[in-house]
Design a binder for this molecule. Sequence first.
Ligand SMILES: C[S@@+](CC[C@H](N)C(=O)[O-])C[C@H]1O[C@@H](n2cnc3c(N)ncnc32)[C@H](O)[C@@H]1O
Length: 250
Amino acid sequence: MRVPVLRTRAIDAVEIMDGDCDPEKLDRTYADFPVVNRVVSGWRGMYRRSIRPGLSTTRPSTLLDIGSGGGDVSRCLARWAARDGLRLEVTAIDPDPRAHAWASAQPAVAGLTFRRALSSELVAEGARFDFVVSNHILHHLNAAELQGVLADSQALARCGALHADIARGRLAYLGFSLGTWPFFRRSYIRADGLTSIRRSFTARELRAVAPPGWRVRRAHPYRLELRWRAPQASTSAAATGAAPDVRPDA
Ligand SMILES: C[S@@+](CC[C@H](N)C(=O)[O-])C[C@H]1O[C@@H](n2cnc3c(N)ncnc32)[C@H](O)[C@@H]1O
């Protein structure tokens, strides 16, 4: 197996599912996302450390998942909060009609709403959420789109934002390549996962493009967390425990 050098981001590499691809294989890709996200994404830990401490059993909180794709991260967050007896309304947005159709067709989860929208459309509406998150979208975006999504996140989040993604690395590429080789033959998971790793940032690269106020945390194995905390969240709300905790080191 040939592992590419990965010294620089493969920004010209295109994921198959971002183009005009086989709809059945695309649906199987959305169906496979929960397996991959459970193994590699680490949202259970981020929920426990960074979101759950800000939720309440009585006061409702709101969370926006930008670029929710098949919606499995949103579904997990809504279910975990409900299981913990905490009040959380999750809005999951994705502009791709195929992703929106697939996610909306899955069994409903209490407290979770899917919308076909870009983050910029919610900003234009004047929408606000306590917490803004995303999974695996940073590497998808070009330079202008990345700055746009981060500016949107700041406009939309009352307390803070947390964008999680892959960290590029040869070991990550080799591990994903070997780990997925026997599986996912009927979806785009393996091919697009490898392209995603090639497109992803290193921690240093993400720090270099992150606007002021954003912090990059390297999480293992081969994960990046890009966090922003609203200035007002670090004072009154956070002090009373009423704000989701998005400290850079949380
Ligand atoms: C690789 S998918 C990630 C899906 C899902 N978050 C996951 O982890 O399985 C990236 C998604 O981001 C969406 N996206 C890109 N830019 C966006 C924006 N500005 N607002 C909302 N969604 C966006 C794309 O349509 C695509 O479905």
